[in-house]
Design a binder for this molecule. Sequence first.
Ligand code: SAH
Length: 490
Amino acid sequence: MNSGMVYFVGAGPGDIDLITVKGKQVLQQADVVIFDRLINPFLLTDVKDDAKLIYCGKQPCKHTLRQEDIQKEILIHARKGKTVVRLKGGDPAVFGRVGEEAELLAENHIRYEIIPGITAGIAATMYAGVPITHRKHSNSFAVVTGHGSQKDGTPNVDWNSLSKGVETIVFYMGVKHLNTISEQLIKHGKGRDTQALVVHWGTYSKQRTVEGTLATITSKVEQANITNPAIIVVGDVVKLRSKLAWFDNRLLSGRAILIPSIDERNREMVTALKKDGADVFEHELLCERDYFDSGAVNDLLKMESDNELVFLSTKSVFAFLKGLGENCMDVRDIRLPFYSINESVKKTLQTIGIKSKLIDMSVVSPVLVGDETEIESERATLSPLAKGIVVRKKSVSNKDIAALTRLLEERHINTILLTSPAEALTFLKFLELSGIPLEQVQENVTIICKGIDTSLILKKSNIRVDMIIDNEDVAKAIGKIEEVELALES
Ligand code: SAH
């Protein structure tokens, strides 16, 4: 049988743009994506709509899929001829078990490729202002696991060689054993005042850092309540942070904003928000597909000319005609007069040889052709009793639901920015179709609307709006919330 292809892909440490071009390309081709907890879930919005997504995230105390099960999943799908992407946080080879998983494929004669990624130990460190080597401060580095295979999990390391032979040491999965790590390093020769740094959720806007020495770092980290995922960096290079901390403490550090559609008019604003340190996730949350209601169109063919056929948008004109064609129907069998909602629709119809009139008071029993929202809003304003023929439908895809759910669960989003009434409607429709409960969205999220009209749409649905901004500088306006929150905290 034609066996599939497996790609092991390093997703990078978190910053959504720190995945390789090659990694992103194969992600877009995947039939199956098996992903870890530490990948940025927004990457999932890039996969095909019908891709199967399998979460094997290991949250502390919440093991979802065991290693053997993960390996089984990869094999099953590859044997069915699928393109499988095994998406791993950081680099697949750095404490990512790619060796074991690839070995199994080799034994089973299944083709695979391994696409490296940027590992947290190097990237999170640099985002915290610390280069892991430096001509004056460090000629060597080691990456070390801070979690051992013994029952109590303490790391299984040659402390003597590590303390004496390596200048910068980066521990992964080590926060829980930070005390043991510091004690062992001191015991084997590192000075008590050796610099140490812990970076939590590195490269995300919400990155937090705690700096100290081997003697003080454990208590400082406890005080700051920092847990996994975090890396620990030990060595002189940490001193450089005082000069090189380029990522922290920008106006919008810690702000992670979702904009539920992609609008060219937002381009400058989004660039400014990112420059000020926010994570911005822009994505078209609703997909639109053509739809043909053959029952309704058959009824239409039976109607007499005392009804009027009204086209509500250019897109709907094309969707309607395409539907007729695909169902072997002929537009000339429609006996009703044709009307257009506006000049542009009228022009479109004319370019394909169909004459229509602009809608006016003479239209008394219209049949509206459009998508659900177009028909709904037309009914609300002019023709409450009008019949409708739906030719386009909005839908949501599983990948977007999965991405948003994980983003909310991990609190990678704390702000939703709606920049127009249409975007507010998109957001509401997404909630309705996805089944994600409003409470889950609102719980830890600030909702910001650009313009009163946008906010009114949410208020009509009883959704809390936390801030309305006008045409002012959006980054500055959001920055002000930060100031208020900081003031409240202190
Ligand atoms: N393959 C990954 C590491 C997997 S082990 C890589 O190359 O980065 C998981 C550990 O990686 C976590 O416990 C934490 O120590 C570290 N880690 C992963 N992402 C991180 C991030 N964004 N910030 C800080 N530490 C991170």
